[in-house]
Design a protein around this ligand. Structure first.
Ligand code: ATR
Length: 268
């Protein structure tokens, strides 16, 4: 049986095994997909063990996506194109070779465009956050007309802005200084984990704004504020399932149906 895994720290809460098993079942495939807790200083050893045990691939989650990037012998085009230097999908090829891919941006984009029916091209986009999560998806959003990156520590947004300024109008901001409305607002901060409210003004939202929180499984203060301000609101569950579908495709060459899997998780 083909063996796969997701590696993280923590990992207990991961839905990836359920998602990949649901995808495999759509094609009558039997796979094994384990959750693996790697020690914080033991990611490389964990990957080498999986290779030695004939695993075919692994997903990588917090905090190992950057280390995973550095372990790869080759990278997909989109993983190379990202400034982020992070991968979330490893394929173990013959002779110890590791190929890396990053499916987060494609997953976010597919959820926004295909599932939520919102077209990104030509839109005004506000990205909240400048950490790994924001950097990992920015490369998939460059057909927007304008991107403002707002972060608690505004200096961290500057290199991101510099990296995309050739493709579109881009600028950095503090949360408080935001003074225009946006078509799409993406929360890529981890503030929701601690139920912290971001000091963003209500004027960024209109009735036509899609407010997207990359976090899933909780109604964050960001989502509550956007809803109260009249925006359309989505959490990151669709992105989670779509990034998994992209990983499934790179391992198996098959495109699973995502809608039934998203729906089954919504019921819990
Ligand atoms: P991740 O991989 O989730 O992006 P990260 O790289 O540590 O993790 O980035 C976390 C992001 O959430 C950063 O943009 C961080 O802001 P700073 O760059 O100022 O640290 C943001 N963040 C986390 N907690 C926050 C809070 N309570 N309020 C505002 N921003 C917060």
């Amino acid at each position: 049986v083909e063996k796969y895994a997701v590696i993280g720290h923590p990992i207990a809460h991961s839905k990836s095994p359920l998602i990949h098993q649901a995808f495999a079942a759509q094609f009558g495939k039997v796979i094994s997909y384990e959750k693996i807790l790697a020690p914080l200083d033991g990611f490389t050893e964990t990957v080498h063990r999986l290779q030695a045990e004939s695993f075919l691939g692994a997903n990588v989650t917090v905090p190992f996506k950057f280390e995973a990037f550095n372990l790869c012998n080759s990278l997909s085009e989109r993983a190379q194109a990202l400034e982020a230097g992070a991968v979330n999908t490893l394929s173990f090829l013959g002779e110890g070779q590791i190929r890396g891919d990053n499916t987060d941006g494609a997953g976010l984009r597919r959820d926004i465009e295909n599932n939520l029916g919102f077209s990104i091209a030509g839109k005004r986009l506000l990205m909240l956050g400048a950490g790994g999560a924001a950097q990992g998806v920015l490369g998939s959003l460059l057909d927007a007309a304008q991107i403002v990156i707002a972060n608690r520590t505004p200096g961290k947004a500057l290199p991101m802005v510099a990296a995309i300024r050739h493709s579109l109008e881009a600028s950095a901001s503090t949360f408080e200084a935001l003074d225009q409305s946006f078509d799409l607002v993406i929360n890529a901060t981890s503030a929701g984990l601690t139920d912290s409210k971001l000091p963003i003004p209500d004027c960024v939202f209109t009735a036509n704004t899609l407010a997207y929180d990359m976090m899933y499984g909780r109604d964050t203060p960001f989502m509550q504020q956007a809803r109260t301000a009249g925006a359309q609101v989505a959490d990151g569950l669709g992105m989670l399932v779509e990034q998994a579908a992209e990983a499934f495709h790179s391992w198996h060459g098959l495109r699973p149906q995502t809608a039934p899997v998203i729906k089954s998780f919504r019921q819990f």
